[in-house]
Design a protein around this ligand. Structure first.
Ligand SMILES: Nc1ncnc2c1ncn2[C@@H]1O[C@H](COP(=O)(O)OP(=O)(O)O)[C@@H](O)[C@H]1O
Ligand SMILES: [Mg+2]
Length: 196
């Protein structure tokens, strides 16, 4: 097993062992951290994810952003190109069904998709991060592939990773294709590593 796989297993079990109460507190603290941020205030079209596998719970954040009139999007596995994500409108009326990983997804409706380059902000999930903003995901490379398309785009979304504090490690073992995150927010702290 590689050190990346070992690190994934270790951090995934750490975050899954958080209690329901700790998860609930963390989800509320996340909202307190994020709502005042200019990156969030200035964004209208915001992509985020539904929580899975002990990830920081985004439910309270989603409600708060809807209340602020933000337009939200969820990732869907790309219907044609394996390994990539597309982002589809998410409203309180959106019906969700589990995808192949058991994570809720809206049913694909191409008229509700928004190109990645036209999102203002993407909140990404992650398994482990370090003090440089390097990111280790679940191992599918979905965000790396999808965000690598942006290199040639003139407009780009802000990227903010979301994680529990216990997901920070000294150094993520990085591969050439990994896309680092310019900012990461945990329940206790908003960290910015680089300007975009
Ligand atoms: N931009 C890309 N183009 C093609 N393959 C990619 C790209 N980014 C990642 N991958 C592939 O996806 C797989 C998983 O990537 P990895 O970074 O380990 O996952 P994660 O980012 O979810 O932790 C790797 O085998 C990698 O080769
Ligand atoms: Mg990666």
């Amino acid at each position: 097993m590689t050190s990346r796989q070992q690190l994934r297993q270790h951090i995934r079990s750490l975050r899954r062992s958080l209690s329901a109460e700790q998860q609930h507190q963390a989800s509320l603290e996340l909202v307190q951290q994020l709502l005042p941020r200019p990156e969030v205030q200035q964004a209208q079209h915001i992509a985020l994810y539904l929580t899975n596998d002990g990830e920081l719970d985004t439910t309270a954040l989603i409600q708060a952003l809807w209340q602020q009139g933000k337009t939200l999007y969820l990732p869907l596995l790309h219907p044609v190109v394996p390994g990539y994500l597309v982002f589809q409108l998410y409203t309180p009326d959106t019906q969700l069904k589990p995808n192949q990983f058991g994570i809720g997804e809206p049913e694909l409706n191409c008229s509700l998709l928004r190109p990645v380059s036209q999102l203002d902000l993407i909140f990404t999930p992650l398994v482990a991060f370090d003090s440089q903003g390097q990111r280790l995901g679940m191992g599918g490379g979905f965000y790396d592939r999808t965000l690598s398309q942006l290199d040639s785009a003139t407009t780009k979304p802000q990227l903010i990773g979301l994680a529990h504090d216990c997901q920070q490690v000294d150094a993520v073992p990085v591969e050439a294709w990994d896309i680092p995150l310019p900012a990461i927010c945990t329940p206790t702290k908003f960290r910015r590593f680089s300007e975009q």
